[in-house]
Design a binder for this molecule. Structure first.
Ligand code: FPP
Length: 253
């Protein structure tokens, strides 16, 4: 079994697609950016919730590789929002023991944003209360392709044999490889797809979808997702009987 036995009732790692900011604003006849700003407040509530519950890792999809194709005005405004959030929130995250990191193509961001990302990572690198990963200019296929390229370079350099490449080795070269894979994936906004998020890492993740738009997310909704997760049986391709037997072995002295 890839990662041990049945789910402890609390997920160690939660990954979220924060969808619905634009529709939230449209419903209020406001510009889409108002929705993104409200979305940033929901990010803070979610971080608070995860810290309070003792969730060890939280990964948020803030900006996909494909989001660069949005109207330039929206991309620019989102970049301004990210810059402001980086300037405002990092001190507080550091004080609360959160380790921040960014996954995705950092080189596509302006040097101002990329430098702040570097600094936020360096500053919080020693923290252990929670690992907060922000996927920015991230795509799951790009992540896997990048890992494949790293291995191909080692083969070309003569330090790796093609037959040494297996899923464990490739898995050590994708993003977030030092964390347990997400136990629980949440997507708000009503769509029931993964949209090129963490494709490799989500292989055995429990998926939870809600119609609620991201800016409306609060502790009650997040608790509902955790309660649902606690009821799931994670079988990792085995049978229920095998999973039950393994659980008995785990708890017996
Ligand atoms: C998806 O909603 C949301 C985004 C593309 C941006 C996510 C950004 C935030 C939640 C704000 C700040 C984040 C951080 C980390 C500070 P959408 O625009 O696709 O909504 P729609 O589907 O209703 O149009």
């Amino acid at each position: 079994m890839p990662n041990g036995m049945p789910a402890p009732s609390l997920p160690a790692h939660v990954a979220i697609i924060m969808d619905g900011n634009g529709r939230w604003a449209q419903q209020r006849r406001r510009p889409r950016m108002i929705g993104h700003r409200a979305g940033a407040r929901a990010v803070n509530r979610t971080i608070d919730f995860c810290l309070e519950r003792g969730i060890a890792a939280l990964t948020l999809f803030a900006f996909s590789s494909e989001n660069w194709g949005r109207p330039q005005e929206e991309v620019d405004a989102l970049m301004k929002l990210f810059l402001g959030a980086l300037d405002r929130e990092v001190d507080e995250l550091d004080r609360r023991g959160v380790r921040v990191r960014f996954i995705g193509e950092r080189s596509r961001f302006s040097s101002g944003i990329a430098q702040r990302m570097d600094r936020a990572e360096q500053r919080t690198a020693g923290n252990g209360a929670m690992a907060l990963s922000i996927a920015a200019s991230y795509g799951g296929r790009q992540d896997i392709a990048h890992a494949a390229r790293l291995l191909a370079e080692q083969v070309a350099a003569g330090t790796l044999l093609p037959e040494q490449i297996d899923e464990h080795l490739l898995g050590r070269h994708v993003a977030l490889t030092d964390l347990p894979p997400p136990d629980l994936f949440i997507r708000t906004g009503g769509d029931t797809r993964i949209s090129n998020f963490l494709l490799w890492q989500l292989a055995y993740t429990e998926l939870w979808f809600t119609e609620v738009l991201w800016p409306d997310v609060d502790a009650d909704l997040l608790q509902r997702a955790l309660d649902d997760y606690a009821q799931r049986e994670r079988r990792y391709g085995l049978t229920s009987a095998q999973v039950a037997a393994a659980a008995t072995e785990t708890v017996s002295p």
